[in-house]
Structures are given as C-alpha cells and as structure tokens.
Ligand binder design. Structure first.
Ligand SMILES: Cc1cc2nc3c(=O)[nH]c(=O)nc-3n(C[C@H](O)[C@H](O)[C@H](O)COP(=O)(O)OP(=O)(O)OC[C@H]3O[C@@H](n4cnc5c(N)ncnc54)[C@H](O)[C@@H]3O)c2cc1C
Ligand SMILES: *[C@@H]1O[C@H](CO)[C@@H](O)[C@H](O)[C@H]1NC(C)=O
Ligand SMILES: *[C@@H]1O[C@H](CO)[C@@H](O)[C@H](O)[C@H]1NC(C)=O
Ligand SMILES: *[C@@H]1O[C@H](CO)[C@@H](O)[C@H](O)[C@H]1NC(C)=O
Ligand SMILES: *[C@@H]1O[C@H](CO)[C@@H](O)[C@H](O)[C@H]1NC(C)=O
Ligand SMILES: *[C@@H]1O[C@H](CO)[C@@H](O)[C@H](O)[C@H]1NC(C)=O
Ligand SMILES: *[C@@H]1O[C@H](CO)[C@@H](O)[C@H](O)[C@H]1NC(C)=O
Ligand SMILES: *[C@@H]1O[C@H](CO)[C@@H](O)[C@H](O)[C@H]1NC(C)=O
Ligand SMILES: *[C@@H]1O[C@H](CO)[C@@H](O)[C@H](O)[C@H]1NC(C)=O
Ligand SMILES: *[C@@H]1O[C@H](CO)[C@@H](O)[C@H](O)[C@H]1NC(C)=O
Ligand SMILES: *[C@@H]1O[C@H](CO)[C@@H](O)[C@H](O)[C@H]1NC(C)=O
Ligand SMILES: *[C@@H]1O[C@H](CO)[C@@H](O)[C@H](O)[C@H]1NC(C)=O
Ligand SMILES: *[C@@H]1O[C@H](CO)[C@@H](O)[C@H](O)[C@H]1NC(C)=O
Length: 634
C-alpha cells in the first residue's frame, strides 16, 4: 500500500498533465463499469449518483448538449429488495447496497457505537430509504436563508416551486380516500417529475382512528396537506409509482430518463478520491475502482470544462472535500494533506434526527392484527416469488405508512418558554468540541438563537410520532436536535478508511430535557387521552419508573439512537463568517467551479424526513447552475 505522501505527489503531478482517461468515440452503452471507458472531459462531473446527484445530472443533460459524467461508488441494481414497498424497510435488507460504517463510541451514550446507514447503489439513499414523503415546516426553509439576509431566495416561497418540480403527485384512490378520511390539496404539488409521490391502494382502519385520536388533546392542529408547510397531524404520500406499486426514486425518475441521452454518462463502482484543483479552480476529479488500492496505476483523472458538483451525501461529501485539501487546516495537516483552502466548517455542524425508543401497546385495539412482516423477513426471496409477483394490493402496497403527527413545541410541552429562554442564555460554545473554530461556533450560536425563537412558536414542528395503524407505534423522532457532531477523515489512512463519524449525541445539555418532554407528551397521547382510553394502552418503554429529567437522561444514554439516517449539515450553506462551506449558490468558498448539492448543505435539518427536501434543493441547484441566481425583486 503506497504511503499517503507518495500518493499526493502522484496526484499533484497528474493535476498538471493532460487527463489520462482514454477517449472512445463510440459507446455501446453509456453506463460504464470501467473507469477507463469514460471520456477525457465533460462539461460537468457529478460526484455521487444518489438522490441529489442523479436529479442534477438529469436536469443538466436535458438540453441534449451539455455533457455530464456521474461517478458513483455503488452499482446499478434492479433487486426486488429495492423495488418492493411493503413495510418500507426492505431496501435495507441487502447490505451490499449500504455503507458499513460504525460511528465512534458515543461519550454520552455509554460509549455505544451507532450504525451509520446510507445508500451505496445508483440512486443512493433514495434506493434504500423508507419512502416517507414529507416536507417539514415552512419556517425550516426560511430559517436557511435567514442566516444570510431577510431577502434570501432560500425561503419557503423560494423553494415551493422546486418542491412542485421535484415530485409527481398521484392522488390516492377515491374509495380509499373516502373510507380512510385522507385529505390532500394538489395546490402544493406538481405532476411533471419522473419521481412519484404515490399512495397505497389500502389503509388500515387503525391509522385513521389513531390519527383522529389526537383530537383528544386540546391545541393539536390538523392539517389538510403534508405539503402546506404547516405543522400538525396529517396524511403524507409514499415515494412509489402507483401503477407499478414499486419504489420511485432517483434512479427510476432521473437516471432512466437521462440514460437515453448521448451526453449523459454514468460510471459505477468508482470511488472519487478528490477534486483536482488548478490553482483555485476545480478542473476535474480523480477516481479509482472500488476495492483497489489508490495508486497511479488504478487512478483515472477526468477533466471538467465547467464545474464539478459534489453530491456524495452528508457523510461522504465532507470526506471528498477534505481529501481535496479543502477543510480545517489542523485536520488536514494531521493527515498529511496539503491545505489548499482552509475552510473550518467542512465536516462540522453534523446533524441527524434522533430516534427515541418508546413502546406503547394497545391491549384492546381490534382494528387489525399486527403486520405479519416478521414472516416475510424470514425468507424474502420466497416471499417475492410467491406473494409480491402475484399481489400488490392491500398491505403489500403500504410502505412505512401514511399518517403521522408533526407538532410544535408549545403544543406538547408546558415549559416551552423556560426551555426557549435557557437556550438563548446558554454559552453555546460549551456544547461544541473544545478546538472548534470561532466561525463555526458563531454559526452554531446563530442556529441556536433561531431555534430558541422556534421553540416558543407554533410554526415549527419539533415532535414526530409515526402512526402505524397496528396496536403499537414506535417511531418517535426529535425534529430539531440541538447537538452537533463531526465527520472527519481518519488521519491514520484517509484514502482507504471511512471517515470518523461522531454524532456527539446529547452534547447540548438541553437536548435531553426536550426529548423528555417529547416522551411525556407521547404518554399523554396513549394514557391520558379520552380518545385512546378504551384501547387500554400499556407502556413498555421507557417504562413508568422513568419520570424525572434525571431519570430520562439516564434512560436516553442507554437507549437513544442519534440517527434516523438523515445525515446533514456537514457542508453547510451559511455565510463564511458563520462557518459556512457553500454560499447561497452552493459554491464552495475559496474555489471556482465547485459546488456541493445534497443533504450536507442543509444548514439545519428540516422538521421532516429529508429525501423530499434533497430533491427540491437539487432542482433549485440545477437552475442556479444553468441560469444563475433568481433576479431580485424591485
Ligand atoms: C435507511 C434509510 C431510511 C430513510 N428513510 C427515509 C424516508 O422514509 N423518507 C425520507 O424522506 N428520507 C429517508 N431517508 C433519508 C434520505 O433518503 C436521504 O436524506 C437522501 O436520500 C440523501 O440524499 P443525498 O443526495 O444527500 O445522498 P445519497 O442519496 O445518499 O447519495 C450519495 C451518493 O454518493 C455516492 N458516493 C459517496 N461517496 C462517493 C465517492 N467518494 N465517490 C463516488 N460516489 C460516492 C453514494 O454511493 C451515494 O450513491 C432514509 C435514509 C436511509 C439510509
Ligand atoms: C444484493 O445486491 C447485490 C449487488 O447489487 C446483488 O449482486 C445481489 O444479488 C443482491 N442480493 C440479493 C439477495 O438480492
Ligand atoms: C467510555 O470510554 C472512555 C474512553 O475509553 C472511558 O474513559 C470511559 O470510562 C467509558 N465510559 C463508560 C461509561 O464505559
Ligand atoms: C397537472 O397540473 C396542472 C397544473 O396544476 C393541471 O392543470 C393538470 O390538470 C394536471 N394534470 C394531471 C394529469 O393531473
Ligand atoms: C375525518 O376528517 C374530518 C375533517 O377532515 C374530521 O372532522 C373527522 O373527525 C374525521 N373522521 C374520522 C373518523 O377520522
Ligand atoms: C401555540 O398553540 C398552543 C395550543 O393551541 C397555544 O396554547 C399557544 O398559545 C400557542 N402559542 C403561540 C405562541 O401561538
Ligand atoms: C429509452 O430508450 C429505450 C430504448 O430505445 C426505450 O425503450 C425507453 O422507453 C426510453 N426511455 C425513456 C425514458 O425515454
Ligand atoms: C496499485 O493497485 C493495484 C490494485 O490494487 C495493484 O494491483 C498494484 O500492484 C498497485 N501498484 C503499485 C505500484 O502499488
Ligand atoms: C427461500 O426461498 C427460496 C425459494 O423461493 C429457496 O430457494 C431458498 O432456499 C429459501 N431460503 C431459506 C433460507 O429458506
Ligand atoms: C392480495 O393480498 C391482500 C392482502 O394480503 C388480500 O386481502 C387479497 O385477498 C389478495 N388478493 C389476491 C387476489 O390474492
Ligand atoms: C463560553 O465558553 C467558552 C469556552 O469555555 C469561553 O471561552 C467563553 O469565554 C465563554 N463565554 C462566555 C460569554 O462566558
Ligand atoms: C506524515 O508525514 C510524516 C513526515 O513525512 C510521517 O512521519 C508520517 O508517518 C506521515 N503520516 C501519515 C499518516 O502518512
Ligand atoms: C375494549 O373495547 C370495547 C369496544 O370498544 C369496550 O366496550 C370495552 O370497554 C374496552 N375494554 C376496556 C378494558 O377498556
């Protein structure tokens, strides 16, 4: 294995030369398995063929002229595990479609390590996710632009047209809409995208009843449509093609469309090592076949005439930047990487949605039996052959479900004013790693002050309970975590090892009290609610013994999962003086011709599962790349 320093010399030498890739004039197929088959140069090179990368690639190649190369680590797969929707989590069952990363031991979680899940296949995480199609609160997007100015084009109004462009809304069947009492409003949706927001052809009666039961608690808002940007109890669609009853994702909705164009190329099983900089301009990328050592004989260097766009996701986009010499100087120095741009925010500001371990079970709930998914887990391929091929109706057409509560903090907690005041008054720097750059700390402070306002208002959802319709629901999520982690290259072997992922769970001392209130409210919904009383719920987790903030803190240390597989924030779109990595046009500070477009640019998480927001950001990015920023209003 070559030493990192000799690799660096090789790469720096390559950067100054003509590109190595062999030009081929006629391609039988434009999806390449071997990096040596790609052209020497493209207008745009996209690093990562995932949710955002394939969306941008489709839009940029739409003109039939701009040449686009997507370089993807995973392979192109038609596996049934990706296509079936039942239960929502089959996509994760083939582990070769996901990265295998363990976080560093979590100091505040009794040194537990956490599984970091992300898609490693054409389509990225959209190929393995649970297909919940949600948008978050309008205030979440206006907060993004607010870090720049009150007139930023990053706002709810600025993003709504891209939410509409991103998905093709196919309304639920009229009979199911009526029997289940589903509401929706097509004013918030579009119908042109190749990626579908569909609905199953069936709902469990229990879903309707459990959603309606929130009416037993005064002040809980009900919302007509999941896309309206208002927090509340609502129905939401599934990333599913309703005619096929199969997952609809970036591969089916964008890659399959673009693959017919001669100006669109994709190379699979190829790991981008770094962006090649010519001075301060991105001029190409270097990649190696997956699994090979990184050395001069395995590398391919391809030139970018216009831009390089990094879309490797929240875990790997910061890694690619750091390996390219763009990142915190101390970190790069420790890995023997020459710092080309000292950008302290790269890999910092790491966020994910904590999943909270609760379990309540109705003992007198007779709407339907528990889903028999345990049976199908036992032999998936047999289930595909015998059931899926024959029958895509009923529960077979349901992914994770379609109902949930997304509630503001004042609705669920009696101490929202106190917690808000305490968050404003905090010394925010104390919640960050000791060596944090002052610009990154200033950005964190700006985020926490924005959250302090949101905590005492009703415009931002902090609470999410996913409704299953069965006699138990167990997905409870904190939508605006206060803690911030890091994703940094491993200095011991940065080119071969996965980055060091540290959630720094519960590092803000107010995180545990906020989560305690989310659990207390969940108890109220199940146990102290006239609408659920006759169903006779019992509490299995966290258990009656857990009552005080101290007891909750102890319980969370043992049980919290700091990830709902929504990694974000690691290449934040923030002003540079607030520790930002990209500007409002998603351009990396200090470099020409280089953008980041994926969940890593979210400065703060939206109050909802992240995939729909990634599609919308990618659609907006494609317009920024093609047409520049929107004209400001007079
Ligand atoms: C198990 C799971 C369940 C989820 N459930 C939901 C859900 O129900 N609803 C929802 O809205 N969201 C869900 N999400 C989150 C959502 O899918 C992601 O936020 C979103 O898809 C991320 O998009 P992205 O473009 O940022 O990254 P990705 O889609 O992950 O794309 C990144 C791509 O870059 C590639 N890549 C990485 N490094 C390199 C490199 N060095 N060289 C070349 N290629 C590289 C990867 O292989 C990948 O294909 C879930 C995620 C997971 C993992
Ligand atoms: C899992 O995915 C890999 C890679 O796409 C594929 O070769 C394999 O057949 C899949 N396994 C199953 C059980 O589908
Ligand atoms: C966690 O690991 C650290 C470092 O190894 C150790 O000092 C500490 O005692 C461990 N904590 C627990 C609860 O095991
Ligand atoms: C698509 O949306 C447009 C504009 O909202 C609407 O006029 C049209 O009827 C829709 N088409 C379909 C097939 O739903
Ligand atoms: C159906 O929805 C309406 C309002 O949209 C609500 O008033 C009613 O209570 C709901 N009924 C059930 C059974 O959920
Ligand atoms: C938020 O909603 C709750 C419940 O309806 C209400 O009691 C509270 O006054 C509202 N707070 C604000 C700031 O609007
Ligand atoms: C792509 O081309 C194939 C073969 O010509 C064709 O069958 C398919 O419909 C085309 N797909 C799209 C999305 O245009
Ligand atoms: C480079 O890596 C390849 C593939 O891993 C290996 O076969 C080859 O021997 C390596 N070459 C050098 C010079 O290390
Ligand atoms: C699963 O079912 C398939 C047939 O559909 C069979 O070939 C295979 O042996 C079964 N696997 C196990 C582990 O039972
Ligand atoms: C399809 O599956 C559903 C739910 O499992 C079942 O109710 C229905 O009878 C099945 N239909 C056929 C034709 O097998
Ligand atoms: C906040 O904490 C940091 C780190 O310990 C310290 O340097 C700073 O002086 C503190 N700020 C205030 C206002 O107390
Ligand atoms: C970094 O370079 C120094 C000096 O050349 C060397 O001693 C050290 O082993 C290198 N570290 C790595 C991780 O390659
Ligand atoms: C169970 O549910 C039935 C029907 O709703 C109701 O009549 C009965 O009182 C419930 N039993 C308990 C123990 O709540």
């Amino acid at each position: 294995m070559p030493r990192v320093s000799s690799l660096l010399v090789t790469i720096l030498a390559l950067a100054g030369q003509t590109c190595l890739a062999q030009a081929r004039s006629h391609h039988a197929s434009r999806v390449f398995l071997d990096g040596r088959d790609v052209d020497e140069q493209y207008d745009y090179i996209i690093v990562g063929g995932g949710t955002a990368g394939l969306t941008v690639a489709d839009r940029l190649s739409e003109d039939g002229e701009s040449t686009v190369l997507v370089v993807e680590y995973g392979e192109l797969s038609d596996a049934a595990s990706i296509r079936t929707v039942r239960g929502g989590f089959m996509g994760t069952s083939n582990r070769s479609h996901m990265y295998d990363i363990q976080s560093v031991p979590q100091t505040n979680l009794r040194n537990r390590t956490i599984s970091v899940l992300a898609g490693k296949v054409v389509g990225g995480s959209s190929a393995v996710n649970a297909m919940m199609t949600v948008r978050g609160s309008a205030a979440d997007y206006t907060r993004w632009g607010g870090f720049f100015s009150d007139t930023s084009h990053w706002s709810w109004d600025g993003l709504l047209p891209y939410f509409k462009r991103a998905l093709n809304f196919a309304p639920p069947d009229a009979a199911v809409t009526k029997s289940a009492n589903i509401t929706y409003d097509t004013r918030f949706w579009g119908n042109t995208s190749g990626v579908f927001a569909g609905w199953p052809s069936f709902q469990y009666p229990g879903t309707t009843a459990q959603m309606d039961a929130f009416r037993g608690i005064p002040g809980v808002p009900f919302v007509e449509d999941s896309g309206s940007g208002e927090p509340g109890v609502y129905w939401y669609p599934t990333f599913m093609d309703p005619s096929l009853v199969e997952r609809s994702y970036a591969r089916t909705g964008h890659h399959d469309k673009a693959a017919n164009r001669t100006n669109y190329h994709l190379v699979t099983r190829s790991k981008v090592l770094r962006v090649i900089l010519d001075g301060t301009t991105a001029s190409g990328v270097s990649f190696v076949p997956v699994g090979s050592a990184t050395n001069s004989t395995t590398e391919t260097v391809v030139g970018a005439r216009k831009e390089v766009i990094i879309a490797a996701g929240g875990i790997h986009s910061p890694q690619v930047l750091q390996l390219s010499g763009i990142g915190p100087r101390n970190l790069l120095t420790s890995a023997n990487i020459t710092t080309l741009v000292d950008l302290p925010g790269v890999g910092q500001n790491f966020q994910d949605h904590p999943m909270i371990s609760v379990r309540f079970t109705y003992s007198n709930f007779t709407f339907h039996p528990a889903p028999e998914d345990a049976v199908l887990d036992r032999n998936f391929s047999s289930w595909v052959d015998t059931v899926w091929k024959a029958n895509r109706t009923g529960p077979n057409s349901i992914a994770t479900g379609n109902g949930a509560a997304w509630l503001p903090f004042p609705v669920i907690s009696a101490r929202s004013e106190n917690i808000s005041a305490a968050l404003s008054a905090q010394n925010h720097t104390l919640s960050l790693p000791p060596d944090t750059d002052p610009t990154v700390a200033a950005g964190y402070r700006a985020q926490m002050l924005s959250y302090a306002t949101a905590l005492r208002n009703n415009d931002t959802a902090f609470y999410n309970l996913v409704i299953s319709g069965a006699n138990t629901n167990s997905i409870l999520v904190a939508l605006h975590p206060l803690s911030r982690g890091t994703v940094n290259i491993d200095p011991t072997d940065p080119y071969h090892l996965e980055p060091l992922v540290d959630y720094r769970a519960l590092s803000n001392p107010l995180e545990a009290p906020i989560i305690a209130d989310l659990i207390r409210f969940t108890r109220r919904y199940y146990l102290d609610n006239p609408r659920t009383r006759a169903w006779a719920a019992t509490e299995q987790a966290p258990g009656e013994a857990v009552q005080t903030d101290e007891q909750f803190a102890e319980n969370l240390a043992r049980t919290l999962n700091p990830s709902e597989y929504h990694p974000a924030g690691t290449c934040a779109m923030m002003p540079r003086e607030l520790g930002g990595v990209v500007d409002e046009e998603l351009r990396v500070y200090g470099v020409e011709g280089l953008r980041v477009v994926d969940a890593s640019v979210f400065p703060t998480l939206p109050g909802g599962n992240t995939c729909q927001s990634v599609y919308a950001v990618a659609e907006k990015a494609a317009d920024l790349i093609r047409y520049g920023p929107p004209k400001t209003q007079e």
